[in-house]
Design a protein around this ligand. Structure first.
Ligand code: SF4
Length: 349
């Protein structure tokens, strides 16, 4: 009798990622003023432009815009760096954002205020384990979220952002493709529920969005009946189910600007509130609850790795020229393919 060999189809369990405590940079007015003056002078001398993510501090966002840089999501950060003529890109965000900027701009110097700024999604998808999982399913196309390492992007067929995920997966599903999705399980589950695609979903999660609580959010909705609930799809499905708008950071920003509601309950990193207040002054922005009823706050809706970026380490990196993103050329060439396929898809719709 032939013994059957069990074939494992589930994604392997991924390690639980322990986030460091959130430590915001606290500056006196005098120190802030001195750092801003120094950074501006050094940026000019080094032909540098600052590109900051929406989740970074108000100081960094304001400086980026005041010096001709940009504040945006990870994809637009990379695109902006590509379009801008500066020879040095200062990327304030987490490491995969610096890597993506380098992959799309290999001829430029890419510096980051810190190389310690990780992302729980990236960390939860180690290259070797993910690659072995993909090897078990050679019949499936591999779609990975932007929040992954250069190595994982190089293993993928497609990279995708949250703003494009539903449209890309829908198009692949309509072509009869079966997919592997990584690393965010909540975003993957949401995309699967909307598109009906056949997806094997990796089990990573974002420490910030994973903490939003549906039961407490439902009670908050009752207390603010005029509020629209805006949810990033890295949040758990019961939280997404309570949303009036589900979307990427840019899509949530546009919702705050465009919807007539006087109040918004927002389930994404509260670093977004700075830009949201700018585009919709006068509207009340409320944080969605991140702790179950009767318990204390876990992440408090702010990414501990994004908070590692500040004016002090930005000034230091300009002084010392350290924290440069350096990647193998062949690795960048392979990773760029999955990114460029998405950019071509985005241009076609
Ligand atoms: S907020 Fe979440 S997804 Fe974004 S960088 Fe932090 S851990 Fe990663």
């Amino acid at each position: 009798m032939n013994a059957s060999i069990p074939i494992r189809f589930d994604p392997p369990s991924t390690p639980v990622i322990a986030a460091p405590p959130v430590q915001e940079e606290i500056l006196s007015d005098a120190e802030r003023g001195a750092l801003l003056a120094e950074i501006r002078q050094r940026m000019q001398a080094q032909d540098a432009v600052l590109i900051a993510h929406y989740y970074t501090s108000a100081d960094l966002q304001d400086l980026a815009e005041a010096t001709g840089g940009c504040v945006s999501d990870s994809l637009e950060m990379a695109r902006f760096g590509h379009r801008h003529k500066a020879r040095t890109l200062l990327v304030a965000g987490v490491r995969f954002m610096g890597e993506t900027a380098k992959i799309l701009n290999p001829e430029k110097r890419v510096l980051m205020p810190t190389l310690e700024a990780e992302c729980s999604l990236d960390l939860s998808c180690p290259t070797d384990a993910f690659s072995a999982f993909c090897d078990q399913h050679p019949d499936r196309e591999v779609v990975v979220y932007a929040n992954t390492s250069a190595e994982v992007k190089a293993r993928a067929d497609w990279m995708v952002t949250s703003g494009l995920a539903v449209r890309l997966v829908k198009a692949l599903h309509e072509q009869g493709k079966r997919l592997i999705w990584a690393p965010d399980r909540h975003l993957g589950g949401y995309v699967q529920s909307v598109t009906g695609a056949d997806m094997l979903i990796w089990k990573g999660s974002c420490v910030v969005h994973d903490a939003f609580q549906a039961e407490a959010l439902a009670q908050m909705k009752l207390a603010y009946p005029q509020a629209a609930v805006l949810v990033h799809p890295e949040s758990p499905a019961p939280v997404i189910a309570l949303a009036d708008v589900v979307g990427s950071t840019t899509q949530l920003l546009n919702a705050v600007r465009d919807l007539p509601n006087p109040q918004f309950i927002i389930a994404t990193d509260n670093g977004m509130f700075h830009k949201m207040h700018q585009v919709a002054p006068g509207k009340q922005l409320l944080e969605a609850p991140t702790a179950a009823l009767g318990t204390s706050c876990g992440s408090c809706a702010h990414c501990p790795w994004m908070a590692m970026n500040g004016l002090r380490n930005l000034a230091a990196v300009l002084r010392q020229g350290n924290n440069e993103i350096v990647l193998d050329t062949q690795l960048m060439d392979r990773a760029r393919l999955s990114i460029q396929r998405m950019l071509s898809f985005a241009a076609s719709i």
